[in-house]
Design a binder for this molecule. Structure first.
Ligand SMILES: [Zn+2]
Length: 430
């Protein structure tokens, strides 16, 4: 397959090239590639649109096995491909929880059968994510990306310490949803200004940051690579920054919605705005942006969390936590951060590709280079689109951003040398 007239980033500048794909690898990237047997090759003119390495999302909820009324691996993988993602890591809060080889295999079988993109699951840290006994980490290690009890914080410090010691031995990271249950206080949104106006109990910032502070010390003691999920408060950013300064192996991710919105965007008692961690204050959002700019925050991950509409329309207190993000992440961030010159295009792309590969040592992807796997996405940076949940490929229509105008729309996604998403109104195959 030959992609003609691509614009790729080289040292931060856009450069015009052709990209030749042979089987599942990028064979050649150079100016004006001409092939002898051009008529036999599939040629796609991408018409000077932007081409990036396929995005990597280390935080998605694909809901199978167990919760296929919310989402299936079939729909989730197509939604991710539509958003430009070619590799994702599905979280283990499933039924059954992948906590040993047998339960993990149930998930792997569905991935193999139904996913159009690469999906490398997590193994749970503890049995059934109960936080008590360690999962069979050793036996799962060869098939999992890392270990996480996402959806729940590991409450017991000794359990977390033992998990980190074992993970370090297995050369796997521990990825933590940080939440101290004793500090949730029945909250459903950030404990700040808006929750008081709406009369809804608040989740204080310390609920997250206290556990991160504990965990970075455990990571230091165990020499484990510790990665913080969906960081949301200024105290959390400060704690990670200090830990990095002290040489502790800690990395962290931020979601698009925590970069885009604050508690003040929650105008009414609408469950679509309910997520965990909640949208925080204006100062917290500013700390997250500063954290991205000074590299305290390493990567962006969506926390794509589909639910049924019924589960999201019961008001904030009674709705489920989480919003979808696979199909809107890049466009929203491009529109709100790159077009406004807060982030460069190069930085945004790195946060979703190269940096992810770098911190997790994923050698074959994350970079658009000869001999790497042919994972890439073609994006129309100028194209304007209204976010329309009815057009989502995901079963989850739960986002508060429906109706928003965005630019930077993926029009073609190739994973492992195969087309996994194509907008036929924009791209012609020959
Ligand atoms: Zn989480």
């Amino acid at each position: 397959m030959l992609l003609k007239n691509c614009k790729i980033l080289k040292n931060g500048e856009l450069e015009k090239v052709d990209i030749l794909i042979k089987e599942n690898k990028i064979e050649k990237i150079s100016e004006n590639i001409v092939l002898e047997n051009m008529d036999k090759e599939k040629v796609i003119n991408v018409k000077e649109r932007f081409v990036s390495a396929g995005f990597i999302d280390v935080h998605v909820h694909w809901r199978e096995p167990g919760f296929s009324k919310k989402e299936t691996i079939y729909t989730a993988s197509r939604a991710a491909a539509r958003g430009g993602f070619t590799t994702v890591m599905p979280m283990p809060n499933l039924n059954p929880v992948p906590d040993d080889v047998e339960t993990l295999n149930k998930q792997l079988e569905i991935i193999k059968k139904d996913s159009v993109i690469r999906a490398i699951p997590y193994g749970a840290i503890t049995k059934e994510e109960y936080g008590k006994e360690l999962a069979d980490m050793e036996a799962m290690a060869k098939d999992v990306f890392a270990f996480s009890d996402d959806g729940r914080g590991v409450q017991n410090a000794n359990v977390m310490y033992e998990a980190m010691r074992l993970a370090a031995k297995l050369n796997k990271p521990v990825i933590a949803h940080c939440e101290d249950n004793s500090l949730i206080r029945g909250g459903a949104m950030h404990d700040g200004i808006r929750n008081k106006e709406l009369g809804i109990k608040g989740i204080p910032s310390i609920c997250e940051s206290v556990q991160i502070a504990r965990d970075v010390l455990l990571a230091e003691a165990s020499n484990c690579h510790y990665h913080v999920c969906h960081i949301s408060t200024k105290e959390s950013v400060r704690t990670v920054r200090e830990a990095k300064k002290n040489g502790i192996k800690v990395t962290c991710e931020v979601t698009p919605h925590h970069l885009l919105s604050t508690e003040l965007d929650v105008k009414e008692d609408d469950g679509m705005w309910k997520m965990n961690p909640p949208l925080r204050s204006i100062e917290d959002r500013k700390a997250l942006i500063d954290g991205v700019l000074d590299r305290t925050i390493d990567i962006i991950a969506t926390d794509h969390a589909p639910h049924t509409l019924e589960e999201k329309t019961r008001g904030i207190e009674k709705s489920s936590f989480g919003i979808v993000g696979s199909e809107t992440a890049f466009s929203q961030l491009y529109t709100k951060f790159v077009k406004t010159k807060i982030f460069s295009l190069d930085l945004l792309v790195k946060l979703m590709t190269e940096n992810v590969a770098k911190i997790f040592d994923l050698k074959d992807y994350g970079k658009l280079e000869e001999k790497k796997l042919a994972d890439l996405v073609v994006i129309d940076l100028e194209k304007e689109q209204i976010i329309d949940v009815e057009k989502f490929l995901s079963k989850g229509k739960n986002t508060p951003y429906n109706g928003e105008k965005v630019n930077g729309i993926p029009v073609l996604t190739i994973c492992d040398g195969k087309i996994v998403y194509i907008d036929r109104d924009e791209i012609e195959e020959r």
